[in-house]
Design a protein around this ligand. Sequence first.
Ligand SMILES: Cc1cc2nc3c(=O)[nH]c(=O)nc-3n(C[C@H](O)[C@H](O)[C@H](O)COP(=O)(O)O)c2cc1C
Length: 308
Amino acid sequence: MSSFKDLRIVDNFYQTSLFFPMPLTLIGTLDEKGEMTSFGAYSLIFPYYIAGKEYYAMVLECRNTSNTAKGLLRHGKCTINFLPFSKKNFKQHVDNGFPGDTPIEKMKDFRFHLEDGVSQSEHPNEKYPKVISEAIQVMECTWVKELDNAQDDKVLEEYLGPYHNFNGITSKYGAHFILKVDHILMKEKYYNAILNGVTRSNFAPVCTNWGYRDSKNFWCSDYKKPIAVGIPNREIDLSSLRYAADRADDKVKFTDDALKTIVAVPRPFLKLVLKGCVDWAKENNCTLITEKEMQIIKDKRAKDKKKK
Ligand SMILES: Cc1cc2nc3c(=O)[nH]c(=O)nc-3n(C[C@H](O)[C@H](O)[C@H](O)COP(=O)(O)O)c2cc1C
């Protein structure tokens, strides 16, 4: 006999039939006139394209009649704001999570301060949603409306179909938005933590919405100091690396020192990394890759990433 009970799956199963940990954010979009920023509470927001594409993207799932969906359909821009955990801050999320309020009603007693993001200063003649000054980190995003041919989706009273599969209006009540990440803005303390090393004391106090919602309450986790568990040190020995490197190309070869710089690359990515090095070597008329060339390749890759 199973040690589990088989629970029924119903609408909004992630919060009616599960304890589902999710991020907690306030998403800012412009109102109908494109003048004021209004914020809605959102947890169904998650990384979508994380590597290997020309851009990075998030996916948002939301009600298609929400202010946020309307703002994205009209203006295509949003800010995803992560606030530090406190019960008061959580309460503001719940207040901004009440369906049906207009942007003016939503923002009447809003307890946070607003400021321009980087997108606004880059494009002073256009109008961008603001970011929350008290946020730990903010993602400034643009809706990729061409995906799934959603570019002609408009704000309507009711959506009767046909519906898209994964971008734009996706059902009678739902919408999905694939959001290109234009900027990640981070408060200095956490910026330094990411660049110089994260510890238990400089870790950002982000909290988790536990998904579960009954007829009275939304449930959210308190912030506790994080614990760290070491990444398994599964370095492959040089002989298996040598085997792969010798087969990567018939002309371009690697020294042992060069291979030592990539011992920690997980096996599924090894071929790809070696191919990248070989491609660089061919472009640069190099037939022997040493530690020095590996450093050049690494620097170039970091530069290319920054440009993107
Ligand atoms: C903590 C929390 C998380 C929420 N997450 C979502 C979500 O991911 N998607 C969604 O459609 N609604 C979500 N809601 C409900 C929306 O916040 C609600 O529909 C609200 O009216 C949206 O605001 P807006 O109309 O200004 O966009 C959430 C509510 C709360 C309190």
